[in-house]
Design a protein around this ligand. Structure first.
Ligand SMILES: C[S@@+](CC[C@H](N)C(=O)[O-])C[C@H]1O[C@@H](n2cnc3c(N)ncnc32)[C@H](O)[C@@H]1O
Length: 216
């Protein structure tokens, strides 16, 4: 990670008020695909990591039982809370949570994990740890949209600030999901540096994890 968690949190809190108005077409395309692939059932609990101002959390809330939105930046989450209230969405809970410590109550069932445009702040070993934590929730599906390289890194590209961002290759992310017992069922190339990866748990979740015994 090129900045500490606290530095990233402060950086995002500073730009939270204008965040939603500053996004690229590729960001919007990526977010739409994450929402589409997440596809929750009405009784599903979704964990959205690096939730920010709620682009994914708020879009999924009408179709899910509950959305747990986790982020490190109170400023970003305040924007998300405000929008949830404006839209009358009472089933979204914004609270502090870091990728590798998402602060989910023990025993809480999680069916789907999502994350959009956030994991690239972590170094590759930290991303693997984060993906291990996502898998440990017991979720049957993980949908990750992020800055990731299909080809070589391009420090000049708009999706990538080398001083703060640390994107992985798509291959590294795919391997991390398969190492945790997931099948990667889709990889969408939004741009040569923006990917959506869909991972489905192999087997029936009957390994005692929170969330076991349900499928769909
Ligand atoms: C570019 S924003 C994306 C927000 C939202 N997912 C979206 O699609 O608009 C990245 C978010 O990741 C959060 N973030 C950065 N590092 C994080 C970490 N280690 N754990 C959890 N969230 C993190 C930031 O606070 C920020 O809100």
């Amino acid at each position: 990670m090129k900045k500490s968690v606290e530095e990233h949190a402060a950086r995002f809190s500073e730009k939270a008020a204008g965040y939603d108005d500053s996004k690229s077409d590729e960001y919007h395309a990526c977010a739409s695909l994450v929402v589409e692939y997440a596809d929750p059932n009405p009784d599903d609990v979704v964990l959205d990591l690096g939730a920010g101002t709620g682009a994914i959390s708020l879009a999924l809330a009408p179709d899910a039982e509950r959305v747990l939105a986790r982020d490190i930046s109170e400023g970003m989450m305040d924007e998300g809370r405000r929008k949830a209230e404006e839209r009358g969405l009472a089933n979204v809970e914004f609270a502090y949570g870091e990728f590798r410590e998402p602060e989910v109550d023990p025993g809480q069932r999680i069916d789907i994990v999502t994350s959009n445009f956030a994991l690239h702040h972590l170094g590759d070993d930290e991303k693997r740890e984060a993906i291990r934590e996502m898998a440990a929730t017991g979720a049957r599906r993980i949908v990750l949209g992020d800055v990731a390289f299909f080809e070589g890194p391009d420090p000049e590209a708009p999706f990538y600030g080398p001083e703060v961002d640390d994107p992985a290759t798509v291959g590294t992310l795919v391997e991390a999901f398969t190492a945790e017992g997931f099948a990667v069922t889709a990889v969408e190339r939004v741009h040569d540096q923006v990917a959506v990866i869909v991972a489905e748990r192999l087997g029936d979740r009957s390994d005692g994890e929170p969330g076991a015994e349900r499928s769909g």
